[in-house]
Structures are given as structure tokens and as C-alpha cells.
Ligand binder design. Structure first.
Ligand code: FAD
Length: 394
């Protein structure tokens, strides 16, 4: 057991943690990142790994290469918070004291919250893009699909990247078409949400895409159980509670997710366990020296890396104000973005704020499916991520 002390301690060295650490380190602050994983993942490309476009190894790099120079990497897992004593405790029993704390621990994937999923995943047509370990199974089962029912699900819980469950449905449908087996495939997107997408602005173009391509959509149905032996997916009707059984040949599952358990068990979380910060300043509502961003925060946005790109500079500016005893003047407007891949050469680039209003970057109507936007996702955004965002630029 040992004790360490740093001016700023960041929990999590994923998208949010490294983006903030890079910016703070440049300002000469004493920063420590607590992150157990040796690897860093560019998760947005998992959609294209599942679609057979990208090798999964392309999405993984060594965490060590992205720890900013001057920052300390503590390769441990945090297990408890003591916000009144300004320290956190790791699973190894070490205490790390801070003047300021940034929580960026991501979202927890609750694989076991869908009955039968842990046993079924990766076998007999059941797959998921939602982890590095399972993402290759998606491409394997799409490639091997010869016809029948292909089902793509989205749960009722918050998830990371609200658009990802439907993106892989669109890719699979396009692949079946290219392979000449589309007429043998019954493709269905089944979601627990009431509409196809969170921002109403983009709903008409996505609905039209489904109509044009013959993808069935079913709403307010939450996957509850997988019966792998009979290839049945059991859904709960969110209005009536009724059990609905769908037979599948291919089943892409977006698992249920929640706030990380160690935050749920702490006093930092709200009722759902998400770190409770002000939605404008990103400062904790009860502990003024604690900030949070990204997937483990309670910010009411679609949880994406793109949202973090806009949150990180706001958090850093406000943390600096807090250090100097000044009012926190930077404000996050809820910007988030979702590159909705609609096929192997088309994409709708959704960008919107807290109110679902469009916040588009380009001088054209981004609701239209475009090849240029697909190229942006495939080539430009990964480069931007590794070379600029994680380096505290852009
Ligand atoms: P993460 O990047 O997940 O990092 C959290 C880190 O915290 C991890 O490294 C973890 O090891 C660490 N950690 C966890 N618990 C502890 C602990 N107890 N102690 C210390 N460290 C801990 N976003 C987009 O912008 N565009 C997209 O197109 C897009 N598509 C996606 C497609 C898929 C299939 C998936 C899975 C995600 C996608 N995303 C997309 C979402 C994006 O990847 C996430 O929103 C983003 O990575 C969240 O960043 P984060 O830092 O909050 O969490």
C-alpha cells in the first residue's frame, strides 16, 4: 500500500480522460491518470469492423503512447471515492489524494442483464459490436448469413453511441444486397426507444432509408432473453409488458449498460449512478473540486466521443478558473454527433445540441446520405482522434 498526491487526478484514460489530461499537462499542471488498461481503443471504428471494412487491430493502440508527457500513469483500478477527504482508493488498496478530481470512467456494459446473452454471444449467429472481444463475431455472422431473419436490437438503458445499433443493421442490409441474397433476408431493427433516433431533425431521413431498403422497424420492444437452443429472442413490449418472441438466424445485440458500479456505490452519483455535474460547467453539484465528462457523467446527451471533443475544453477552462478562485465561465451546450453509416458508401452526419437542434459543421444539408461523409468517418475522423484530440488539439 502506498500514498500518492497530485494536483489533478483523472479516473479513466479513455477518450475523455486522455483528452483532458493532454490539455491540462500542456498547462504545466501536475496530472495523474488512473487507468488499468494497457490498451486504448478507438471504439467508433468497431461499426466498420463489424461490417468487415476494418481489421479490429486498427482500433487498438498502446495506452502508454497516449499518456501525455509530464503526466503520471497509475496503472490501477479505482474502487472507492472519499470526496470529503479528497482521495480515491484503488483495488490494490492504494490511496491517491488530489486537489482536483476528474471522473472519466466510461459506461459499464452489463452483458449479464439480458438472460442467456453471456452464454450465447459469439455463437450460432449471436454477435455484438460493443466490445473488442466480440466485434469480429458480427462480421463472421453477417458474412456467413445465407437468408432468414436478421435482427438488430437496441435496449432501453442509456448506451454509448445511440446510433451504433442501427448503423450495423444498415451495413448488413447493404451487404446482403451486394451479395445477391437480399430477397432471402428479413432484416429488422428492434429498439426499446419510441423513435428511430434521439434528434427529431434526423428521423425523417433515417425512416426513409428504412422504407427504401425494406428494413422493418419495431419500437418500444426491449430484448430480455436469448434462447440460443431454439434461436429465439424474447422481447418485452414496453407499453404492455407482454412477451414477444422473434425467431432469429442472425442477432446483433446491443447489451444493456449502466453507470460503473464503483460510481453507483459512491456519493458522487445521481439516482442512476452517473456522476452528477452541472450540465453547463461540468462541475460536480456537491463537490466543487470534482468535475466529470464523457460516458460516466450524467450529462443528458447521446454519449459519444464527439460530445467529449466539445466537453473537454470546457472542463479544462473551468478547472483552471476553479484553481484560480474565479467564476466558472465556460459552458457546454450539449453538442453531440453521430455519423450514421447507412451503407458501404453513404452516411448521414447527425450533429445536435441538448435540445436536439441541429449544430451542423458543413454548409450543406447533413440529413442527406453522402459518400463524402462516409469517407470522413472511415479515414479522417480516426486520424483526427489519434493525432489531434488525444494530444489536446482540436
Ligand atoms: P471510454 O473511452 O470507454 O474510457 C473509459 C476508461 O475508464 C476506460 O479506459 C476504462 O478502462 C477506464 N475505467 C473504467 N473503470 C475504471 C476504474 N474503476 N478505475 C480507473 N479506470 C477505469 N462515438 C462517436 O463520437 N462517434 C461514433 O461513431 C461512435 N461509434 C461508436 C460505436 C460503438 C460500437 C461503440 C462501442 C462506441 C461508439 N462511440 C462513438 C462512443 C465512444 O466511443 C464513447 O462515447 C467514448 O469512447 C466515451 O469516452 P469515455 O472516456 O467516457 O469512456
Amino acid at each position: 500500500m502506498s500514498d500518492a498526491k497530485h494536483q489533478v487526478v483523472i479516473i479513466g484514460g479513455g477518450t475523455a480522460g486522455i483528452s483532458v489530461a493532454a490539455r491540462l499537462s500542456k498547462k504545466g499542471l501536475d496530472v495523474a491518470i488512473i487507468e488499468p488498461s494497457k490498451k486504448h481503443y478507438y471504439q467508433p471504428l468497431w461499426t466498420l469492423v463489424g461490417g468487415g471494412v476494418v481489421a479490429k487491430e486498427e482500433t487498438q493502440r498502446n495506452e502508454a503512447d497516449y499518456i501525455p508527457s509530464g503526466a503520471t500513469w497509475i496503472q490501477e483500478r479505482v474502487s472507492a471515492f472519499n470526496p470529503d477527504e479528497n482521495n480515491v482508493v484503488t483495488a490494490d488498496g492504494n490511496k491517491i489524494t488530489y486537489e482536483y478530481l476528474v471522473v472519466a470512467a466510461g459506461i459499464q456494459i452489463d452483458w449479464d442483464k439480458i438472460k442467456g446473452l453471456p452464454e450465447a454471444i459469439g455463437k450460432d449467429g449471436v454477435c455484438s459490436n460493443y466490445s473488442y472481444d466480440t466485434v469480429e463475431s458480427t462480421w463472421k455472422f453477417i458474412r456467413e448469413f445465407k437468408g432468414g431473419n436478421a435482427i438488430f436490437t437496441q435496449p432501453a438503458t442509456p448506451i454509448k453511441c445511440g446510433g451504433a445499433p442501427q448503423k450495423i443493421c444498415y451495413l448488413a442490409e447493404d451487404y446482403f444486397r451486394k451479395e445477391g441474397i437480399r430477397d432471402k433476408a428479413n432484416v429488422t431493427f428492434i429498439t426499446a426507444t419510441p423513435t428511430i433516433f434521439g434528434s427529431a431533425y434526423y428521423v425523417p431521413s433515417l425512416t426513409k432509408h428504412c422504407e427504401d431498403t425494406g428494413i422493418n422497424t419495431k419500437f418500444k420492444m426491449d430484448l430480455d432473453e436469448i434462447r440460443a437452443d431454439t434461436k429465439e429472442a424474447v422481447f418485452k413490449d414496453m407499453d404492455t409488458g407482454e412477451e414477444i418472441i422473434e425467431k432469429y438466424d442472425l442477432l446483433h445485440v446491443t447489451p444493456r449498460m449502466s453507470a460503473p458500479d464503483f460510481i453507483k456505490e459512491s456519493s458522487l452519483g445521481n439516482e442512476g449512478g452517473w456522476v452528477e455535474v452541472d450540465k453547463g460547467t461540468l462541475q460536480h453539484v456537491r463537490h466543487s473540486n470534482v468535475f466529470a465528462l464523457g460516458d460516466s457523467s450524467n450529462l443528458p446527451v447521446s454519449k459519444t466521443g464527439a460530445a467529449i471533443r466539445k466537453q473537454a475544453p470546457v472542463l479544462v477552462e473551468n478547472l483552471e478558473h476553479a484553481i484560480k478562485g474565479e467564476p466558472l465561465s465556460a459552458t457546454y451546450n450539449g453538442y453531440t454527433s453521430c455519423p450514421l453509416v447507412t451503407g458501404y458508401d453513404s452516411l448521414v452526419l447527425a450533429e445536435f445540441d441538448y435540445d436536439g437542434n441541429p449544430q451542423e459543421t458543413f454548409p450543406f444539408d447533413q440529413r442527406k446520405e453522402r459518400y463524402s461523409m462516409y469517407l470522413l468517418k472511415r479515414y479522417a475522423l480516426p486520424k483526427f482522434y489519434w493525432n489531434l484530440m488525444l494530444k489536446g488539439r482540436g
